[in-house]
Ligand binder design. Structure first.
Ligand code: IMP
Length: 194
């Protein structure tokens, strides 16, 4: 069976990836499971560039088909911040309670119609022959006025989904996978690989 390496160490992501890419008839391994170590500097200027940098670097290290993703939150009223710096915003070790409270504060006085935001996910596939293919998907919403919900992670508690009348952190896991930026990008990548 052919191998597909996903450039992540995150077990939650691996579970979602295995669920969605299960019908590819490939052995799906994390970098750790494949015994690959690569020091990668994510210095791209966009989600797509960062996903490509990661996928290419790991592909060079193992010479197998490699998938890598990059994701984050863009808030329109903040000039698309935190964007590609979503994980590093206010420091990697700062809690999301503090990061989320800070973003709500920065949006004080901004009316509903200008609080638009989106989660973005880019996924790149790097092939051993040097080819790279990239897909991008989004989940649109608005930044709320408070934190709500216990599910999800990161910025989910402040991300309100008008079409579902709830915050992203209030969605059950299966529902979020169905509508999320990552779920959509993974399904687009599966279709591309099939
Ligand atoms: P990564 O590129 O998938 O590691 O994501 C980078 C950062 O974007 C995460 O650390 C979170 O801050 C944020 N992020 C990405 N996807 C989500 C999501 O689905 N919910 C909440 N935060 C997210």
């Amino acid at each position: 069976m052919k191998k597909l390496i996903f450039a992540t160490g995150n077990q939650d992501k691996m579970r979602e990836i295995r669920e969605i890419l299960g019908d590819l008839d490939m052995e799906i391994l994390s970098m750790k499971e494949a015994g690959i170590q690569a020091d990668i500097v994510e210095d791209g200027a966009s989600f797509e560039e960062n996903a490509e940098i990661k996928a290419r670097a790991v592909c060079r290290a193992c010479n197998e088909l490699v998938l890598a993703d990059d994701s984050g939150l863009e808030i329109d009223a903040l000039n698309k911040e935190p964007g590609i710096y979503s994980a590093r915003y206010m420091g990697e070790d700062t809690s999301y309670r503090i990061k989320n409270a800070n973003l709500i504060k920065r949006l004080e006085g901004v009316p509903d119609e200008k609080r638009t935001a989106r989660f973005v996910c880019a996924i790149s596939a790097a092939f051993p022959d040097g080819t790279v293919k990239t897909v991008r998907a989004t989940m649109e919403g608005i930044i709320g006025y408070e934190e709500r919900g216990e599910n999800g992670f990161g910025y989910d508690p402040i991300f309100y989904l008008p079409q579902f009348c709830c915050y992203s952190a209030e969605l059950p896991r299966e529902k979020k996978n169905e509508i999320s930026h990552r779920g959509k990008a993974l399904r687009a990548m599966r279709d591309l690989l099939l």
